[in-house]
Structure formats: C-alpha cells, structure tokens
Design a protein around this ligand. Structure first.
Ligand code: AMP
Length: 558
C-alpha cells in the first residue's frame, strides 16, 4: 500500500528561514510539545470531559500507547491520513494526539458530516483510516465507515471508539492496550517538524470544504501565539464547548492550553445551562471562541438564574459577527471586557486586546495575534491595497497561514495573491486607533452561509439540489436570523409536473444524498425564474433582498 505523498504547497524557503531565524518556528513537533508539557506539569490536570479527567502524565501516556498500538495492530503507517468523526469526548483527544505522535495525519471532519462529504473528502486526501465514535447516532457512523471502506479505494482501516468494534474493524481500547506490548513503542517514528500535522477543513470560499494542510512547526507556533495573546498560565482553565476537532478547538483551546500546563475542558455541547454549570464547577477562566448564538443563549440563561462566573477572565465572541448590542449586554452581564476574535482554518487569528479602546472592543475583531502576521486590505478585483477606513478584501500571510490548499492548484491560483497572501473572501475595514491597526468585518464576497459559525457552501448544496428530480434549478442564499446569524434559504425552480417541494421533502432528499443535517435549507421558496445580474448570472443579491423583505413582512404580520 502506497502512502500518499505530501504534495501540499510548502512555505517558500525564504519565509521559512525567516520564521526559523526569528525563533517563531522550532525543531519541535506537536508530539514533542505534549511530551515536554507532561515532563513539566505531570500531575496537573490536562483534560476534563463529561466522563473523564486526565493529568498531563496520563494524557501523555495514553496518547503514547494509542500511537504505538495503532502502528502495531492496524495496517496504518506514518504518513497515512485518517478521517475523524469523533465528538467532544476524551477518546477524541487521545486519538488525535496519538495519531499525530504516530505520524498519521488526522483529517478534521466532524460526526455531523454526511456520508457524501466524508466520501468526497476521504477520496480527496487519499485517506487510509477512519476513526468513528460508536455511541453516536445509534452506531450509524460505524455502519457508514464500513460502507466507505468498500466504496473508497485505499481506505482499509476503521477504528471504533466507545462501542464494540464489529469484525474487520479495530477497537480504540484494544489499540491502547496493544500499545503497552514490550516492543510497540519502538514503532514510533521520528517526525519531521516541517511535515504535515493535520488536514483542517476550511470554511473556504467555494465548493466542498477546502482542505488546509497544517504543518507541525507552524501549527505549534499558532498555538503558542494564542497562548501568548491570551497570556495563559498553568492556573488557567480553558473551556471549549464547540466541536473540538474544528480548527478553533485545536488551535485556540486545546493546544494553547496544553503548551502552558493549563487545563482544557472539552464540553459535550454548548447548551447554556450546562456551560454555566461547568464555568462555576471547574472555575473556568477562559472561553476563547463563543459564537454569537451561544453568547445570546448564555445571557438569556443568566437572566433566568444566577451563575457563579467569578473565575471568568476572558470571553471572546467569534466565528461570526456579533451585534454591538450583544457585546454591550455581555460586558454588563459578565463584568469583564467583551472581546472579539476572528479565525479561520487557513491560519490567521485576530483578537481584541482587553485594554483596547471600548470602540475597538465593540466594533472590531482586533488585531492579529502574532506580530509576524501580515495583513492587506485589497481591492476586490486586483491586488492593490485600499486606503485605511475603506472597505476591501481581507488578505493575510504569515508564520501560521497556509500557502495553498491541498490538491487545489486551480483554486490556489485565485485564492492567493501572486506573493502568497490568502484572499479570505471577507470584506473588512482597517481602523487605525492610537497608532495601531484594528479590523472590522463588514461583509463577505464568498458564497458561503455562516450558520452559527458553521460554514455552508451555497454551490455544494445547489449541486445536490439540482439532482432532485423535481428541481430544474436551485439557488441557495443566507437569510438573516436573530440567533444563528444566518440560516439557509433555497430558491427552487420546479420541473413541470413535479411534486411538492417543501422544507421536509427537500430535507429528506438531501439527507438521503448524504448531506449533513446542519446544512439543510430551513426555508424553501418555489419560484418560476431567478433574477439575473446584468451579465446573466443568478443575482444572489436580489434573492437575499427578497428573502429579507419577506421575513420583515412576516414579522409585521405576526
Ligand atoms: P472557518 O475556516 O470555518 O473557521 O471559517 C472562517 C470564516 O469564518 C472567516 O473567513 C469568516 O468568514 C468567518 N468568521 C470567523 N470569525 C468571524 C468573526 N468574528 N466575524 C465575522 N466572520 C467571522
């Protein structure tokens, strides 16, 4: 079996040399960093989940055993890619770090992804392994993983955590046990710090989620830069209530905490009451990424019942633009500066400093977390920078921003500028306040719906909708939502004589086609034609205006 070659765009040598020379990158791998943290902070609590607690020593040992066991007892070899469909449980963290120590490359998919998405992504990254959480969705992930081994050439290893492993698959616990065999540890490879560490899924700008190739030394630096920006210490307790395999989970919560000897709480979900209970019980100090929808629910819950938030020192709203009213409400309720973050799987993060001017805290996502991050605000059609205070496309480059997506040469040619700046598809304005640049997010040019910080690509849904026998043409747009920010609205032109197209029938069809549930349209508008732009393309701007108007009218009538 051939191990897939690392063909992802590397960093240009002159920049790589600079980051090494400036001490931003080191010769360490992510596995080395965890080992070093365990050597320094052995007895401190590293990880808390709903049903497990690990000290640094225990986490290091468990991940070492999983790494050795997976190489000893499965066909997987260093360099192989492994799809992850695991929720917020301890086994996810052990398998994630363990796979990395074994030289495997976790592909950060989610349990929520549908079989179609997993199949396309697994094929794209030439995955050989698939690890699933057996006790989710009544075992459906196990069945799906087994089906995919026959559908995808080269995918031959299924690992099942938290449930019995059917014949032909490998149990997570069995692998951890296999890692204790006398010579298993000798199988652990020497890992190149310049090599791939994970494949993250990007919200991207078009099509199926793009695959962001992250490498040990830049990913490690990304976590260090976060830890420094947050000023984390071993006494900190960092809570992540969203999917931990998201880039925000690994880069902004798990890894920064573990570089510093802090505790990371991987919460099973973002339900407001449970999050508030955790903050009080575990004396949480830091919640690095809170989508506006979650912040709203927390505030609503706080109005119903008090909660002990006295330990909380940092709370960042991000992933999606919050309203100023929400930020003001948060400052009042939490009694700490309400801060914002902006992030993406491609790399660069921005944060508002706690001591920034109140206007900056309320209106901007702050400034990049690393002084080596380079930001340009570009004219949307060429590579010219627009003046401060004017709207343009956010573009970035730096010591932890990728130089290109995996196997996407054509897309890379337009998604990156000629000198390697990633064009994010986000519209921003640079504001210089007291001599420092801060950025406000003021729009988007990419055709993506941001539903509570989960990204949904319009063209991906349109492609599947177009295969519906009753649909002649489909156009998917965002409709505003007070809580989730945006939801999906599908405009459909029916084929003559087609049956009824409703939210329910369309959902059934999309689920049957292997589309993830969180991407389903929550409103269907059946129309005879689409409005067109002056160059004959479907005018999404007009469709968005149409649905906004309808929602306003309905509010008035209600
Ligand atoms: P992802 O790669 O899924 O993390 O998505 C990254 C995208 O999320 C960015 O390019 C933005 O479109 C959006 N995003 C992230 N943080 C914010 C924020 N604070 N405000 C507005 N949009 C955001």
């Amino acid at each position: 079996m051939m191990i897939a070659a690392d063909t992802s765009p590397p960093f240009p040598p002159e920049r790589a040399e600079r980051y090494l020379r400036e001490g931003l990158w080191s010769g360490e791998t992510l596995g080395d960093a965890l080992r070093a943290a365990a050597a320094t902070h052995g007895d401190r609590t590293a990880l808390v989940t709903a049903d497990a607690r690990y000290t640094y020593r225990e986490l290091d040992e468990a991940t070492e055993r999983f790494a050795a066991g997976v190489l000893a007892a499965t066909p997987l070899e260093p360099g192989d890619r492994v799809m992850f469909q695991m929720g917020n449980v301890a086994e996810t963290v052990v398998a994630y770090y363990g796979a990395i120590k074994a030289g495997l490359v976790p592909v950060c998919t989610l349990p929520q992804h549908g079989e179609r998405e997993i199949e396309q992504l697994a094929t794209h990254v030439e995955a050989r392994g698939h690890i699933v959480q057996g006790d989710l969705r009544s075992g459906a992930l196990v069945e799906s993983a087994q089906r995919l081994t026959t559908a995808i050439e080269g995918l031959d290893t299924v690992i099942v955590a938290r449930d019995a492993a059917p014949a032909g698959t490998h149990g997570f616990e069995t692998l951890v046990e296999a890692g204790t065999a006398p010579n298993a540890h000798a199988l652990l490879p020497t890992i190149d710090p310049a090599g791939l560490v994970v494949f993250q899924l990007s919200g991207g700008t078009t099509g199926l989620p793009k695959v962001a190739p992250r490498r040990h030394r830049e990913y490690l630096y990304n976590a260090r830069a976060w830890a420094q920006a947050l000023e984390l210490t071993p006494d900190d307790v960092v809570l992540h209530p969203l999917p931990i395999m998201h880039n925000a989970g690994t880069s902004a919560a798990l890894q920064p905490a573990h570089l510093c000897g802090a505790t990371c709480i991987v919460a099973p979900g973002a339900e407001a009451g449970a999050v508030l209970d955790l903050v009080a019980r575990e004396r949480v100090t830091t919640i690095p990424v809170v989508p506006p929808a979650v912040a709203i629910r927390l505030l609503d819950q706080l109005e119903i019942r008090p909660a002990d938030l006295s330990s909380l020192r940092r709370f960042y709203v991000g992933g999606q633009k919050p309203t100023v009213e929400l930020m003001v409400r948060l400052e009042t309720a939490l009694g700490i500066p309400a801060q914002q973050m902006f992030g993406m799987a491609e790399g660069m993060f921005l944060l508002t400093p706690p001591d920034a001017d109140p206007w900056v805290r309320l209106h901007t996502v702050g400034t990049p977390i690393s002084p080596a991050d380079e930001v340009r605000v570009l004219d949307v059609v060429d590579e010219v920078e627009v003046p401060d205070g004017e709207l343009g496309e956010l573009a970035c480059r730096g010591p932890y921003t990728i130089n290109g997506y995996h196997r996407a040469e054509r897309h890379n040619a337009t998604a990156f500028t000629s000198d390697g700046f990633y064009r994010t598809g986000d519209l921003v304005t640079r504001h210089v306040v007291d001599g420092r640049p801060y950025y406000s997010i003021d729009g988007r040019i990419k055709d993506v719906i941001n539903r509570g910080a989960e990204k949904i690509h319009a063209d991906e849904l349109e492609e599947v909708l177009a295969t519906h026998p009753g649909v002649r043409n489909a156009a998917v747009v965002a409709m505003p939502d007070e809580v989730l920010g945006e939801r999906v609205c599908a405009y459909l032109i029916p084929t003559p004589g087609a049956g009824q197209l409703t939210v329910e029938t369309v959902a059934q069809f999309l689920l049957g086609s292997g589309v993830a549930k969180f991407k389903l349209p929550e409103r269907i508008e059946v129309v005879p034609t689409f409005p067109l732009t002056n160059i004959g393309k479907v005018s999404k701007k007009d469709l968005r205006a149409d649905i906004e108007r309808k929602l306003e009218d309905e509010k008035v009538l209600a």
